[in-house]
Design a protein around this ligand. Structure first.
Ligand code: MD3
Ligand code: FE
Length: 211
């Protein structure tokens, strides 16, 4: 007897960062159905970085604000620049899962107002970066992985800190806050694979408090 229901599923990664393995597995089909709905209104697109390169990861958003990049820079925008309309509203399931995951990681009352949805085809990658376009860094970021597994790169507070490699699988949820909120991180090029839920891709949801 351990008396600890989450003995095998709550995995501290670093100070302030917690991996909740399979936390969203039961909801994965509902999450994916919601992503398909969102993408019908605000389609996935390869955004352009300020330096002129198109990202290999395709993105869309839901919630009051969406993260966008173009030649002018990065920003949170209430309007989808591709449709000229508001982003689709955040499904209650996204917000409730994020609040529950944050709670499990000891961050009370997390209320996301933005959800960036990343879609990785095989070969797509995200180079090492910090997330610092949000207005305050007090709130954590909750990430939900669906579909093909990925190698997540988890660095330190300096770009030169050598990143650890962490395998993230469908249903895994990670909460990043406190001292881990501004660590450099990225995703290694996605390997090929079959995944019926996502059609051979990886989807990552990041729930954020952008303002
Ligand atoms: C650690 N997404 O959207 S999720 C991103 O898998 C992003 O698509 C990756 O990095 C993905 O910005 C990683 C895990 C994650 C998200 C945000 C973080 C880790 C983080 C913010 C601070 C520290
Ligand atoms: Fe990031």
């Amino acid at each position: 007897m351990t008396g600890d229901l989450f003995r095998d599923t709550v995995e501290p990664l670093a100070e302030g960062a917690v991996l909740l393995r399979e936390f969203a597995t039961a909801e994965a089909p509902a999450l994916m159905a919601a992503v398909t709905n969102i993408a019908a209104a605000s389609p996935f697109r390869h955004m352009t970085m300020p330096g002129g390169y198109d990202m290999s990861v395709a993105m869309t958003n839901c919630g009051d604000l969406g993260w966008v990049t173009d030649r002018r820079g990065y920003r949170y925008d209430p309007v989808d620049p591709d449709t000229g309309r508001s982003w689709p509203s955040m499904p209650p399931l996204f917000a409730s899962l994020a609040t529950r995951a944050a709670d499990a990681a000891q961050y009370a009352d997390f209320t996301p107002d933005a959800c960036l949805i990343n879609r990785y085809e095989p070969g797509a990658r995200l180079s090492l970066h910090q997330d610092k376009d949000e207005r305050d860094f007090e709130a954590p970021i909750v990430s939900i992985s669906l579909g093909l597994p990925a190698t997540f790169l988890f660095g330190g507070l300096r770009r030169k800190d050598r990143p650890r490699r962490i395998r993230l699988e469908s249903g895994d949820v990670v909460v990043w806050g406190g001292p881990s909120r501004l660590v450099y991180h990225g995703v290694a090029p996605l390997a090929d694979g079959d995944d019926p839920l996502t059609g051979g891709r990886r989807i990552n949801l990041t729930l954020r408090k952008a303002r």
